[in-house]
Design a protein around this ligand. Sequence first.
Ligand code: GLC
Length: 447
Amino acid sequence: MNRRILMLLSVLMVAMLALTACPAPGGAPAETGGAAAGGDAAATGGDAASTEGVKITAVMGDNIREGEQAAIDYCIEQTGLEVEVVNGPQSATDRIAQYLQFFGAQASDVDVLMIDVIWPGILAEHLIDLAPYVENPDDYFQRIIQNNTVDGALVGIPWFTDAGLLYYRTDLLEKYGYSAPPATWAELTEMATTIQEGERADNPDFWGYVWQGNAYEGLTCDALEWQVSNGGGEIVEPDGTISINNEAAAAAFDQAASWVNTISPPGVVSYQEEDARGVWQAGNAAFMRNWPYAYSLGNADDSVIKGNLAVVPLPKGDGPDARNADTLGGWQMAVSKYSENPEAAAQFAACIAGKDAQKLLALGDSKLPTIGSLYEDADVLEKNPFFGQLFDVFNGGAVARPSTVTGDKYNEVSTIYFTEVNKVLTGAQTGQEAVESIEKQLSDLLQ
Ligand code: GLC
């Protein structure tokens, strides 16, 4: 419902803009943003009275769960604002398309929005500098602060971070005599095959491994993990070198294609996160690749796999340069430059991304904080023991997509990559054909 209103609004805005060739209502957005960026005391909640009762709109998660709702409620109470919460699309690829359409119209309907860790370079021109509103910037993971800083402006306050993880069924590993989760993709393939064969005797719907194979941003995350873990580089290296055309990357894609319809359902080529989780949480998979949010859901009271799951870093490949690779994800709170209430919006963003709200998000939704001290918080660790065990992965160890080096072209880079990798998964081309095609298209795009 809300999403439909938002889309309708953005379409209307685009239409109005085209008709009048005038700035969107709300006027002089750039100045408004500029003033907010220069604001000071109110920044850290000092002057809440001036924004008391102001109404803002915030685009939040696609499906707001316990922790996110608690954080929103807490910040409404803290700031005294009236906040209309709008759900954004589930797919990051759909979401960026919607945001760009909205910003293109300079629409003032949205004040606060959550942005993906890969978007600062794409969206910076539409966002205000939030640095003056962050009370304790040193408390945050500095890698993400740097990621979100564009031309000296902090365009998003780190809200939660993410890392791709391997989920496994502890009960099934034990049942089939495995003492540890797989360390390599070859081991995963072998274990998934054995467990699937055994479980199929009673459960024809059972699969070895579920993951994200749809042609969208999520596949860029999975495929980057396959290739980096196999020593295949990072698509475009931090110095700008286009490194994708190599055997290790091609072999990694071929290996993933070999899972389709063997240990993974044929439909995995159109799976997003929630599709994979649906199979996994119904008790129909031995292994799953997913983000930390699936941990609290898997352990919820109504989950049939409650208490029988654990997470580890994803497996390594086989080559000499093989390593563990978990893609860095995560979301930031940002404020639109076209907001009519940037001061109020910034207060809300700072609160939601602040320590108290991050703790609520970690407790309720097992989302990873971006503030290091929360990884030592007893309540947080009790609910999510893996936060402590995998701290090094979450603080700096995860592999970034090439969004800093490709800047405002990142979305096109990723689209080329996931489109070609998806064709390997569906059997339309080989890994080698994919890496050659990606290399060519990236050269055209970036040079
Ligand atoms: C998660 C990650 C985000 C990524 C997306 C892909 O939401 O946090 O960074 O782009 O998944 O599906």
